[in-house]
Design a protein. Structure first.
Lengths: 122, 185
């Protein structure tokens, strides 16, 4: 019987080898990937995977990622909402992994809203 | 949906919406008996009996953002077209169990797809929820329990993208090993 063992976890820990406990502190940016049936069917999981890779690379402790349900705009899925401190939340539409990477690098890290991909600000 | 793992991702989110804080995902692939079974169980607040009657009706939904609910209906349709079906057991206050069966070799059966990405997407997207994942391929199995990870490695944060990335790779290679074992024996 194979199981995710402590050794596996230790290996993971070694590879990531750094302070990770900080991530439970306050967040200044929240990224919501909408993962209802519609979002998942349209490719939200790939968007989430790309976001994870970018996050791992950027290594910022103040960015929080959550999955949420459908927000009722199924035709524009996958949707991603970025809520940064001191500014209005922006909803992006028709996302894919490349658009996600661009939005992460430009909007999340540098604060430049990518209005070409945006659906609305809330 | 193109992959069964996407159906799993979707139906598990239902369990979380139902207030579950621990979700069990079980996948059993048995090529000898030509069976594939997927079980998803949550400890949420369950469903009342009258709702259960219309469970696969897409126009019956508890959501409020739109008037159709497709998640479970799509999984049921996918299972039924592969000589299988979906069974739902729910007890108010205790939780819900959904079991989908498929004929493994049916021409219409969608591939299982990237289970590792489904599991880790669930873990990172739902920080307050625990997941128990059990995957058996032809009698050999792999399992993962986030409750154990949290208690045995408290300093390994499951909300860290680096950890999630490594965890995805670990699951992927473990599942690959299960498939390869079969090929050699």
């Amino acid at each position: 019987m194979a199981k995710l063992t402590i050794d596996d976890l230790k290996k993971i820990k070694e590879k990531t080898a750094k302070e990770t406990s900080l991530r439970d502190g306050p967040a200044s940016i929240k990224i919501t990937v909408h993962m209802g049936t519609c979002g998942i069917a349209a490719g939200a999981r790939d968007v989430m995977s790309a976001l994870m890779e970018e996050m791992a690379e950027a290594d910022r402790q103040d960015i929080r990622v959550v999955a949420s349900g459908c927000m009722g705009m199924c035709s524009s899925e996958p949707n991603v909402t970025i809520e940064a401190e001191d500014s209005e939340p922006i909803v992006y539409q028709l996302m894919d992994s490349n658009k996600m990477r661009q939005v992460f690098k430009r909007h999340v890290l540098l604060g430049e809203v990518q209005s070409d991909f945006a659906l609305a600000k809330m | 949906m193109r992959e069964l793992s996407l159906h799993i991702l979707d139906v598990v989110e239902n369990g979380i919406t139902a207030g579950g804080d621990c979700i069990w995902i079980e996948v059993d692939e048995d090529r000898k008996t030509d069976h594939l079974k997927i079980v998803i169980r949550d400890n949420g607040h369950g469903m009342p009996v009258e709702k259960m009657k219309n469970i696969n009706d897409p126009f019956i939904t508890s959501r409020t953002t739109r008037r159709v609910g497709l998640g479970l209906s799509l999984l049921a349709a996918a299972a039924e077209r592969c000589d299988g079906g979906v069974r739902v057991d729910s007890q108010p206050g205790k939780g819900t169990e959904i079991a989908a069966t498929f004929r493994y070799g049916h021409i219409d059966r969608a591939p299982l797809g990237d289970m590792a990405a489904t599991v880790t997407t669930l873990i990172i997207g739902n920080p307050g929820v625990d997941f128990v994942y059990f995957h058996r391929i032809d009698g050999k199995d792999f399992s993962l329990d986030t409750r154990e990870i949290r208690s045995e490695m408290p300093d390994l944060s499951l909300s860290d993208p680096m950890v999630i990335h490594q965890l995805t790779e670990t699951i992927r290679s473990a599942l690959k090993a299960l498939t390869l074992d079969e090929g050699l024996s």
